[in-house]
Design a protein around this ligand. Structure first.
Ligand code: UDX
Length: 429
């Protein structure tokens, strides 16, 4: 099938490349010409393991194309997937400008019946609005459906090709048949439902996952007080298939480009509809505290952060990505800076720009040991696998102080102690 994907971010580019991998002929469009120019040279605009090889293979097979021109992109497309950004507006609602622009541009170029799939995470009721815009601009009878994605950054290619389910939100048979055809080679349940249910499913999924993480972070605080080990508790409850082992890792709170945005949108929607959301709101409140709780524990241990030099290992919002959007690391760094500390950072790939730190020029060192030289304390803030093999003795020798704050429980407390650290971690003795 001939498919066009609008937007070449984490969702759009991964979706486009993987739809080509599944045998479709795919054109990826982005209005940012420089992104398209780089993609044509085989340069990825994002760090996503395995994406470059999927893109390269399908470009070489003549199944994947890139363009910044709507004329080229829309001509002959049987299915158009909208995967543009839906960032938070200041009041927590969703900024719909990119969705609406894409709808107008699609409307200006289609000439025959086409199925349009909203892949971006969009407020409930958006598919109807997008459909009205496209029908009004083009005069063509289109069907707009909801087809939310559940890709995790760092696993996005795998998640696209091995989804737990595919949600097809439509009551139009032609549209349903075309979506089922596009995904015919994906072996998983295909859940067909109405558009609003599909749109709410996406927000409910992210809100639940965020709540699950906030729950284990809440249990971690209690575990510290009663001398329990939260990793054992997580395994203990997660072994029950009704709970499940995933998303029970205690940490500095959930960040990224989705959970915070989608929880804010869910809270905004509920407020608009006058529906109290005590569980989701509590998960949000707890997350706000979780993000700087360890920085506060460090401050207590040091007595004061003023004039102290702190090394932070990990800037990305989670391991295996270069994305620092709403990363807990940024909140931690801001707290340290606001209390008079100097911060030195190391991350395998991620970089934090000054405008994310109110203008502070964060020093980025390419080695964890160098970053820790002379530091009064070291904070581990991202669960990069390679951090697990850091030589704790060598790290201790390079730092001035003996405080190691591990917000991801990467190290064994006994080994950290042997290496001479005062070791603080989450939910453990
Ligand atoms: C999430 C959803 O998982 C995905 O389905 C949706 O499509 C997009 O949002 P992503 O934001 O890429 O994916 O990251 P995810 O792996 O879900 O982690 C989100 C945050 O939760 C990260 O900050 C991560 O560190 C944190 N997290 C995750 C925990 O603190 N503990 C966990 O056990 C899992």
């Amino acid at each position: 099938m001939k498919i066009t994907v609008i937007g070449t971010g984490y969702v759009g580019l991964v979706s486009g490349a993987c739809l080509a991998e599944l045998g479709n002929i795919v054109t990826c469009l982005d209005v940012q010409s420089e992104k398209i120019a780089k993609l044509k040279e085989g340069i990825m605009p994002i760090y996503e393991p395995g994406l470059d090889s999927v893109v390269l293979r399908n470009v070489q097979a003549g199944r994947l194309f890139f363009t910044d021109s709507y004329e080229d992109a829309i001509l002959g497309a049987e299915l158009i997937s909208i995967a543009v950004g839906t960032p938070s507006a200041d009041d927590g609602s969703v900024d719909m400008q990119y969705i609406e622009a894409a709808a107008r541009d699609i409307g200006a170029h289609i000439t025959e019946y086409t199925v349009i799939a909203d892949k971006s995470t969009v407020p409930v009721g958006t598919a109807e609005k997008v459909e009205a815009i496209i029908r009004e601009v083009s005069g063509v009878q289109v069907d707009v459906i909801s087809n939310p994605e559940f890709l995790r950054e760092g696993h996005a290619v795998y998640d696209f090709l091995h989804p737990a389910r595919i949600i097809i939100g439509t009551t139009a048979d032609d549209a349903k048949d075309r979506m089922l055809q596009a995904y015919e080679h994906v072996d998983c349940p295909k859940l067909v439902m109405d558009r609003r249910s599909a749109e709410l499913t996406k927000y409910a999924a992210n809100s639940f996952l965020a709540t699950k993480i906030s729950f284990i972070n809440e249990m971690a605080v209690l575990a510290e007080e009663v001398g329990a080990d939260i990793s054992d508790v997580a395994l203990g409850i997660g072994s029950d298939p009704r709970i499940g082992k995933d998303f029970l890792k205690a940490g500095p709170g959930w960040g990224g480009s989705c959970f915070p945005k989608d929880v804010r949108a869910m809270r905004h929607l509920a407020k608009q509809k006058g529906v109290p959301l005590p569980v989701v709101n509590a998960a949000h409140e707890l997350n706000e505290q979780a993000r700087i709780r360890m920085a506060k524990r460090l401050e207590e241990k040091l007595g004061s952060l003023d004039q102290k030099k702190i090394a932070i290992l990990g800037l990305a919002f989670k391991g295996n990505t270069d994305d620092t959007r709403e990363s807990a690391s940024i909140e931690i760094i801001k707290y340290l800076l606001n209390h008079g500390a100097t911060v030195i950072a190391h991350d395998p790939v991620a970089v934090v720009a000054p405008n994310d730190l109110d203008g502070y020029e964060l020093a980025h060192i390419d080695c964890p040991y160098k970053a820790s030289e002379g530091a009064h304390a070291v904070i581990v803030a991202t669960e990069w696998e390679q951090f697990r093999t850091i030589d704790l003795l060598k790290l201790r020798k390079s730092s001035a102080g003996d405080l190691l704050v591990d917000t991801r429980n990467l190290f064994d407390p006994a080994r950290a102690k042997e290496a001479g650290w005062q070791y603080l971690s989450i939910g453990r003795k």
